[in-house]
Design a protein around this ligand. Structure first.
Ligand code: FAD
Ligand code: DLZ
Ligand code: SF4
Length: 512
C-alpha cells in the first residue's frame, strides 16, 4: 500500500496536506525540478534559484526526518522535464498503489492533475491546501448573492474566525477594523531605514546558482548577489527581523517609494509564504504579539495583518471562484504590445526605470511600485493584459498564477470589470511625486501636462479616463474627476489628448 507523495515547488511545508499520515516505511516523497515549469514563462533567474535551492534543502530535511525522497534535479539525464512524464517514470520504478498531492496554485496544473488517474492507472488524491485560512467553499459561500465582493468585509470575517486583533467582546481592538487613514505617508527625510539581513550561502545554493547560470542565460534578471532565505529556519529569521525592526514603521510608509531603496519597511516574506516556508497564521500571530507587547503600533500591525489575512486570502478566493473565465477577461480591451523597457531597455521615465531595476536585481518590487508604477503605466496605455500578466508572473519571486492574476488583471489593470477594484488605480505624475522622490531624478516634470518635458503620466491619465468615459463617468467613487475634465475646456482637452497620442506613439517606438 505504498503511496507516492508529490510535492510541488511552492509546497515546501512539513505541514502540507500531502504529507499527512505519511508512512516512513513504505511511502516515497517526490520533488522534481522541471524545465517546462521554469520556461513556460521565462521566470527570473533569482526566482528559479530560490525555488530550486529551497526544494533541495527541503528534500534534505525530509530525508533527515527519515523519509524516502525521490528528488529529480534539472540536469539529471533521465529528467523528462514535465510533471506527467516524471510521475509516469516514478510510478514505473516505484510501483506505488496511489498518488497523493496537494492541490496546486495554478488552474493549468489542476486540470492536468484531474487527468492523472486515467493517465497513470492508479487513484490520485488531490487534497485541499490547508496552508490557507479560507477554503474554496467558505469563500464561495461568502461571495454568494453579493453584488460586490469587497475585500474589507471579507477581511473582517476572517479576523473574527481566527480571533485576530479582537478584544474580549469580539470587537476590533482600538474600535476600528481598519487604520489605513494613519498610513500611506511619504517617507520623512532623514529616516534611517534598517539594513536587511543576508544568509550564509550553503553548498546547495552555490550548486544551484551555477546550474541557473548555465541553463537559463536568456532569462531576465540578475542572479548574484543572491540574498534569499531558502529554508524555514532562515525564513523565520527574516520574519523575526521584520517584526522586531521594521513592523513599527510598516504602516506609515507602506506606500512610500524612494530611489535606491527597494525594500523600505516591507516584510519581504511573500516568496517564503507562497512557497510554504512560512505559514500565514504564524505571521499574523507574531505581528499581533508585537502589538500586545507594546512593540509596534496598531496602525502598522493591523495594516500588515490585513495584507495577509485579508488581501492574500481574498485574492486567492477570487482566482478559484472565477477561473477559468477570469483568465480570459480583458474588460478595457487593452491590446498594445508590452514595451521593451519592461525588460530593462532604456526609458527616461525614472519611476519606471527604477522599478524595473529593482525587479531585475531582486526579483522584487514592493506593492506600490507594482501597482502605481508599472501597473498604472500599463493601465493608462492599454497594454495587452496577457502580456502584462506574463511579465508579472515571470519577474517576481513570489508570483504564482493564483496570486499574480487577480492582482494584475483585477487590481492593476481593471481588466476584470471591477470584481477586485471598485475603481481603476489610475494616477497621474502628481501621485508619484507625492509618494516618492522619483521625480527629482527624472528628466520629465510632474507639474507639466504638455510639451517635451511633460511627465508622460499626466496626459495619459486624462486620455485613459476619456477613452473609457462611458464606463467611468457614472462611477460613484470618481465623483469629481470628470467635472475637472469638463472644466478644462476644449482647447486644453485637445492639447492633452494630442500629448497623449504623441506619448503613445513614442511608447510604440520605445523612445519614451
Ligand atoms: P509586504 O508589503 O510586507 O506585505 C505583507 C504580505 O502581505 C506580503 O508578503 C503578501 O503575502 C501579503 N500581500 C500584500 N498585498 C497582497 C496582495 N495584493 N495580494 C496577495 N498578498 C498580498 N503578491 C504575491 O505574493 N505574488 C504575486 O505574484 C503578486 N503580484 C502582484 C502584482 C501586482 C500588479 C500587484 C499590484 C501586486 C501583486 N502582489 C503579489 C501583491 C504585493 O505586491 C506583494 O505581495 C508584496 O509586494 C510582497 O512584498 P512583501 O512581502 O514585502 O509584502
Ligand atoms: C515556478 C516553478 C518553477 C520555476 N519550477 C518548478 C519546478 O521545477 N518544479 C515544480 O514542481 N514547480 C515549479 N514551479 C512552480 C509551478 O510552475 C507552479 O506554479 C506550481 O506548481 C503551482 O502550485
Ligand atoms: Fe515618473 Fe513622471 Fe515623475 Fe518622471 S516625472 S519620475 S515619469 S512620475
Amino acid at each position: 500500500m505504498s503511496a507516492l507523495r508529490l510535492i510541488l515547488a511552492d509546497q515546501l511545508s512539513h505541514a502540507i496536506s500531502s504529507l499527512e499520515g505519511i508512512n516512513a516505511e513504505e511511502d516515497v516523497v517526490m520533488l522534481c525540478e522541471l524545465i517546462e515549469e521554469a520556461r513556460y514563462v521565462k521566470h527570473h533567474k533569482k526566482k528559479i534559484a530560490f525555488l530550486f535551492s529551497a526544494m533541495r534543502h527541503f528534500a534534505e530535511e525530509l530525508e533527515s526526518n527519515g523519509y524516502a525522497v525521490r528528488y529529480i534535479k534539472l540536469d539529471n539525464l533521465l529528467n523528462t522535464g514535465n510533471f506527467d512524464d516524471e510521475i509516469k517514470r516514478a510510478i514505473a520504478e516505484i510501483k506505488p498503489t496511489r498518488l497523493i498531492v496537494t492541490e496546486p496554485g495554478e488552474y493549468r496544473i489542476l486540470q492536468k492533475m484531474k487527468e492523472w488517474p486515467n493517465s497513470f492507472g492508479i487513484p490520485v488524491d488531490i487534497l485541499n491546501d490547508t496552508r490557507f485560512l479560507t477554503t474554496h467553499a467558505e469563500f464561495a459561500l461568502w461571495a454568494q448573492g453579493k453584488m460586490q465582493l469587497r475585500m474589507e468585509f471579507f477581511y473582517r470575517e476572517v479576523r473574527k474566525k481566527y480571533r485576530i486583533l479582537l478584544d474580549s467582546d469580539n470587537k476590533p481592538i482600538g474600535g476600528k477594523w481598519n487604520y489605513d487613514k494613519e498610513n500611506r505617508k511619504p517617507l520623512k527625510s532623514g529616516l534611517k531605514i534598517p539594513k536587511r539581513i543576508s544568509h550564509k550561502q550553503s553548498s546547495i545554493i552555490k550548486e544551484v546558482l551555477k546550474l541557473v547560470e548555465e541553463k537559463f542565460p536568456d532569462h531576465f534578471g540578475i542572479l548574484k548577489p543572491f540574498h534569499y532565505a531558502v529554508t524555514r529556519d532562515q525564513a523565520l529569521i527574516e520574519l523575526n527581523h521584520f517584526i522586531d525592526e521594521l513592523l513599527p514603521d510598516f504602516g506609515s510608509y507602506q506606500d512610500a517609494m524612494v530611489a535606491g531603496e527597494p525594500y523600505l519597511y516591507h516584510s519581504l516574506i511573500s516568496s517564503y509564504l507562497n512557497a510554504g516556508l512560512l505559514l500565514p497564521l504564524e505571521i499574523c500571530k507574531a505581528a499581533e504579539a508585537a502589538y500586545r507587547a507594546g512593540k509596534a503600533p496598531l496602525n502598522s500591525v493591523e495594516g500588515f495583518i490585513r495584507q495577509i489575512l485579508g488581501w492574500r486570502e481574498y485574492i486567492r478566493g477570487i482566482y478559484w471562484l472565477y477561473m477559468p473565465e477570469y483568465g480570459e477577461k480583458n474588460d478595457l480591451a487593452a491590446t498594445a504590445p508590452l514595451p521593451d523597457f519592461y525588460w530593462g531597455k532604456k526609458t527616461d521615465m525614472f519611476c519606471v526605470a527604477e522599478t524595473v531595476r529593482h525587479t531585475r536585481d531582486h526579483a522584487y518590487s514592493h506593492h506600490i511600485q507594482r501597482l502605481m508604477i508599472t501597473g498604472n503605466f500599463a493601465l493608462l496605455t492599454g497594454i495587452n493584459v496577457k502580456e502584462v500578466q506574463e511579465w508579472y508572473l515571470a519577474v517576481y519571486s513570489d508570483a504564482y498564477e493564483w496570486v499574480e492574476m487577480p492582482n494584475t488583471l483585477g487590481m492593476a489593470l481593471f481588466g476584470d470589470g471591477g470584481i477586485v477594484a471598485s475603481k481603476p488605480y489610475a494616477a497621474s505624475g502628481k501621485y508619484i511625486r507625492r509618494m516618492s522622490d522619483y521625480c527629482d531624478h527624472c528628466r520629465y516634470d510632474p507639474n507639466v501636462m504638455t510639451g517635451d518635458n511633460a511627465c508622460p503620466f499626466n496626459a495619459l491619465y486624462w486620455d485613459f479616463l476619456v477613452r473609457h468615459e462611458k464606463k467611468f463617468r457614472g462611477n460613484q467613487r470618481m465623483p469629481y474627476i470628470f467635472s475637472t475634465w469638463d472644466r478644462f475646456g476644449t482647447e486644453k482637452q485637445q492639447a492633452i489628448r494630442n500629448q497623449a497620442s504623441v506619448t503613445l506613439q513614442k511608447m510604440k517606438e520605445d523612445v519614451l
